[in-house]
Ligand binder design. Structure first.
Ligand code: HSE
Length: 426
């Protein structure tokens, strides 16, 4: 059979690891794909930067800086997009599909935002759009959800979908947020600009791609509650420990009779929960459905090598012409806020250490019928600060109900630092 000719767009952490893996597993790739995979083009931003391209990587390895040259090269069978971002990749993927090429990408943002257009185009052109590496890096969760479990409703998905955030939350047991983020960057997990990770948006993009398999359509990101970990403090983690709770950034999808609850938020979960001990940059996805009860898929969710494994698996599927990775379209469903299901919440407020302050906090909570189940305030031993953290556990309430109560706090209380509130998913 003829060689499968690919162009690699992007030679960062993931691109380099893909080149290394293709070079070091040539025989296994040939056995699995039934044809040789050759890298004929490599597109980078800066040609002057030294690159570690393996000598034995098969193919012409022609270097260039213009992705469109590769996209329009009739000799190329597949484009492997590992650049990231939304707008440029949208054009490259579109034009690749239009010119009859297969597309493999690890880019969740472009598919979460422009997925409908790109999946429809792939379907119309009868080309594969492969994206296993875009969700949970090394974990073949999309394959499992599409082919490995019975078709039919998964009632609930509960997942740790961002390796960088999971790593940071673990590190907060011993470090400040700034140190934890720096450690994640040094470990090659967080981007130089980690905004998408720590704001929860990267998890939201992944949740949208998982939901597309379950629901059959792309949910617009602005329909979701998306909250990140940027205001989490080691104090929150240690309070959780004292209550036998672990803090995780989770994506939630739950079907009920009225629609689908979907969102991303930091949540406390019981220390004995199946995802509580998912450590470091691991991701884990808990699926619940009637035929199989529940199952957990877990593995490395970030980093060059783990992501490269899934990219190469997709390249081999594309070389075999197995394009079943493109999910079929389905009916729209109503998207609901998971915060509407009543739950206990944890609150941390930094308040002035003055008489009457706690009464004002309790009054604001009472104005929305939010009951206090437990409260902790340590003595202020600082000579510099006049404020103290107050940590509260509420009785079960809806998240918007609690937010309305927090909105009632006097301005001078709110201004010291915005309150942190975290749902407790039992
Ligand atoms: N930045 C992502 C994470 C990896 O930390 O999970 C790529 O999706």
């Amino acid at each position: 059979m003829e060689d499968f000719r690919i162009a690699l767009l992007g030679l960062g952490n993931v691109g380099t690891a893909v080149a290394e893996l293709l070079a070091s597993t040539q025989d296994a790739c040939l056995a699995r794909a039934g044809r040789r995979v050759v890298v004929d083009r490599i597109v980078v931003r800066d040609l002057t930067r030294p690159r570690a391209i393996p000598e034995n990587l098969p193919g012409k390895k022609q270097m260039g800086t213009d992705p469109l040259e590769a996209v329009h090269d009739p000799e190329i069978d597949a484009i492997v997009e590992l650049v990231g971002g939304e707008n440029h990749p949208r054009t490259w993927i579109r034009e690749s599909l239009e010119s009859g090429k297969e597309v493999i990408t690890a880019n969740k943002a472009v598919l979460a935002v422009h997925g409908e257009e790109l999946f429809n185009l792939a379907h119309e052109k009868q080309r594969g759009l492969y994206y296993e590496a875009s969700v949970a890096a090394a974990v073949p969760v999309l394959q499992v959800m599409q082919q490995g479990i019975p078709a039919g409703p998964v009632d609930r998905l509960f997942g740790i979908l961002n390796g960088t955030c999971n790593f940071i939350l673990d590190q907060l047991e011993m470090h400040s947020f700034e140190e934890a983020l720096k450690n994640a960057q040094e470990a090659g997990l967080a981007e130089a600009d980690p905004t998408l990770d720590i704001t929860g948006m990267d998890s939201a993009h992944k949740l949208i791609l998982l939901a597309r398999i379950l629901l059959g359509h792309t949910v617009p990101v602005d329909e979701l509650r998306v909250e990140g970990i940027e205001n989490i403090d080691p104090l929150d983690i240690s309070f959780g420990w004292s209550q036998d709770l672990k803090l995780k950034l989770v994506g939630i999808l739950e079907r009920n009779g009225r629609g689908t609850c979907m969102g991303v938020m930091p949540c406390f979960i019981p220390a004995q929960h199946r995802l509580a001990n998912v450590r470091n940059e691991d991701n884990a996805i808990l699926l619940e459905a009637d035929p199989f009860g529940s199952l957990v898929l877990q593995g490395k969710g970030a980093g060059g090598k783990p992501t490269a494994g899934s990219v190469v698996a997709d390249i081999l599927r594309a070389a075999r012409g197995d394009s079943s990775s493109t999910p079929p379209a389905g009916k729209e469903t109503v998207i609901l806020d998971p915060g509407m299901r009543p739950a206990r919440h944890y609150l941390r407020l930094e308040v002035p250490d003055r008489p009457g302050v706690l009464a004002r906090v309790a009054g604001a909570l009472a104005s929305e019928e939010v009951g206090i189940a437990a409260l902790e305030q340590s003595e202020n031993l600082s000579e510099v600060h006049d404020s103290v953290p107050v940590q509260i556990l509420t009785h079960p309430v809806q998240t918007p109900q609690l937010d309305r109560a927090l909105g009632q706090l006097d301005e001078d209380l709110r201004n010291i630092s915005s309150p942190v509130r975290i749902r407790i998913e039992e």
